[in-house]
Design a protein around this ligand. Sequence first.
Ligand code: DPP
Ligand code: ZN
Length: 892
Amino acid sequence: PPTISRHDYQPFPYALPEVALQLELDAARTRVTTRMSFERAAGELVPLVLNGQDLSLESVAIDGVPLGPDAYELHDEMLVLHPQARRFTVEIVSTCCPEANSTLMGLYVSGRHLFTQCEAEGFRRITWFPDRPDVMARYRVTLQADTAHYPLLLSNGNLLSQRDLGDGRHEAVWEDPHPKPSYLFAVVAGDFACREERITTRSGREVLLQVYSDHGAENRTEWAMDCLIRAIRWDEARYDLELDLDRFMIVAARDFNMGAMENKGLNVFNSAYVLADPATATDATYRAIEAVIGHEYFHNWTGNRVTCRDWFQLSLKEGLTVFRDQEFSADMLAHGLQGAAAASARAVKRIDDVSALRIAQFPEDAGPMAHPIRPESYQEIANFYTATIYEKGAEVIRMQQTLLGREGFREGLDEYFRRHDGQAVTCDDFIAAMESAYIRRNPGRDLQVFRHWYSQAGTPRVTVRMQHDPQAQTCTISLSQSNPPAGIELLQNPPATKPPLHIPVAIGLLSPTGAVVLPQGAQPHPLGAPGTLLLELTEAEQSWTFHGVAERPVLSLLRDFSAPVIIDYARPDTELALLARHDSDPFARWEAGQELARGLVLGRVQAQLNTAADLLCDTWAALAQDTALSPAYLARVLTLPAQRELIELTTPMEPQAVVQVHRALTQELGGRLQDHWVRLYGAMADDPATPYSPDPDSAGRRALRALALTYLLAGGHPQAAQWAMQHYEAATNMSERMGALNALATWGPEEVRTAAYQHFYDMWQDDPLVIDRWFSVQAASPFTGVGEVQALMLHPAFSLRNPNRARSVIFQFCMNNPGNAHSAAGYAFWADQVLALDALNPEIAARLARAFDNWARYTPALREPAREALQRIVQHPTLSRNVAEIVNKSLS
Ligand code: DPP
Ligand code: ZN
């Protein structure tokens, strides 16, 4: 497949102010009439190239004159016209087949409804069009369909009219007043239940909010509506950004490739991120819904009002919008709290986000798909909806806030909207707006060095050295950075040169007893925990000397994870234990405990030493009794780093050994800290008289209780299996129920495990989202090998066509069951499933194709079977562009 390069960008030669679409909706064959008014302001008349995919062309006319077949060129995915005037109207009639569309891009069928998904390049599956984000047009959309089957016809913007067509069909006309790129177009047709609210925005406009779901699910959309209203209020309060529509709709779809889609005024959501009630959704689901509803809503400004010039700029909207949703979630967790309690509540969100970054993005940045947050090239843009674009992109935005301060960041964002509202722009435009605010606050400095974050792949490493002079009472901290070529940079000739980055490193100094030490004259950073100093590393190596530091300090490093880097700092474990107990920064405090555990696991895996866990046990025991810690925070503190995170840190990668050591250490902690687990298990029990609420305190208590149960099972407490079954049976909400089921799936005796699975299925068999949980928990269980996962796929409830279901079984096994997936049989299973999925849904197949990206670093016994599996995929005669790009990069 051809490679598309960022440097080849050319503006589209024609403006397209107006589009009128008419869709005669039908699941078997939908006819689309597209009328586009093109204009060329200056320059010669050049061919007009339109994109199209899987369409049948019926007719083309220019200014009302039908074109004969020799007046245009019809290619596989391109239609070329030869205009003869500066202004002209093109009218195209074509058809597409929603029912046969298993890609879930373009117009497709889900359940009994019709949905569209156009980002990134799905609109070309609906009609011939300049399907690129820098072509922004006003849309008028006429929808016609069978009235009984599709009583509701939705599109972007405002409903202009509705009428009965008299032949059993009806029509709705929508107009979107905001010019938009085609990727934000949406149509939904079907029969839905609707929850409505009217609210008044800050400037006093009344807006209608609607959440549509399948009939019967309307009692599960209350939380989604609540999240939407909170998101609207938050964006008004924090960024002065107001909803610019009279009507904002969310529709839940069962079959959806992604989490959700921010189509202007008509968001389409994976039902997993809309539907929640206490009986079917966990605390984590409630929070995930809040994050995704917020995310899509925030796109209305960061993405829709200001959009991307081309797809290389994807992080312009995604990194920024993930940062916004992270801040929204953190503010919701900290709501009503002050000071250290608020900081600790926000840290819980930060911990979860950083853990996710380390599990998904760090490995990506260390593998064959490594790319800068603004990629230089791609073959298939759908492959670049990555953890790097999203999560590392959000970190790069967060660093800008750290460097500018909250107010400065706000000034920069205001400037961005002042300059670019209504435009399709680049990451350079964003940083230029931020820089204007930075320069105002820091005369003589700029963000030139910072810009390299947009062009470099790889996770930088920052090496720390510290010297203390007791006589002079000085402490000198030296930081050096390195970021060797990664991924695609390795293939460049000449090799990529990578200048230093601008890295904000937030640190703190602790006395040997754990007290805050503030050096003479040092200015603490306003965004940080007490005593936080911000070191701005902009060169390969720099030093800072602090005065008035009498005793050798203990360094608290990378507070609040101030940059997406790896810190190298050799120090005794006793320092980590001290930080874990005393650091005033709750993120760094958690991190110190994790570092202690990482060292222990890696020492046991790599040196095959049975290093004693005494210090970890003592530290955890102290923390488990610290009543100042919130249950949610404590649950994170007492959790070992994830197996996936640890596997990535071994050289060569030793998945089996990590799983074994991780399990053995969990058992050891379960046994040695048994009294603490028993106490926490009892103390964290829900009061059965209190109705369920997903608030952070209740959710934290449930998380900590489930964790205690897991350790009790792992540690072999004689009553643990019985408690787990009671916990499962007595559960009054899905969070408790899943807490017990997960513990059983990971550690439970076989009879108890299987009894619980059976009971769960009998109870929830008619609820697809809950059955996804049932599949997931089994697919990720260490007791589920290749044979068992294949048996799960034979279950009548399994389907490869529904992405949630495919994810709940195949992805869970390949990605979250390392002890079983990392084997010759596991890789062979994976290759089979990549190929099977590729025939249906290339986007989903390409995601699965990335499960073993970093195979070249595996231990030799696993490297060969992984390569064989990859080669089998690559040699398949009909690979999609999506999968081909992934596997070719993986093998290169
Ligand atoms: N729907 C996806 C998201 O919101 C792509 N824009 O991130
Ligand atoms: Zn997004």
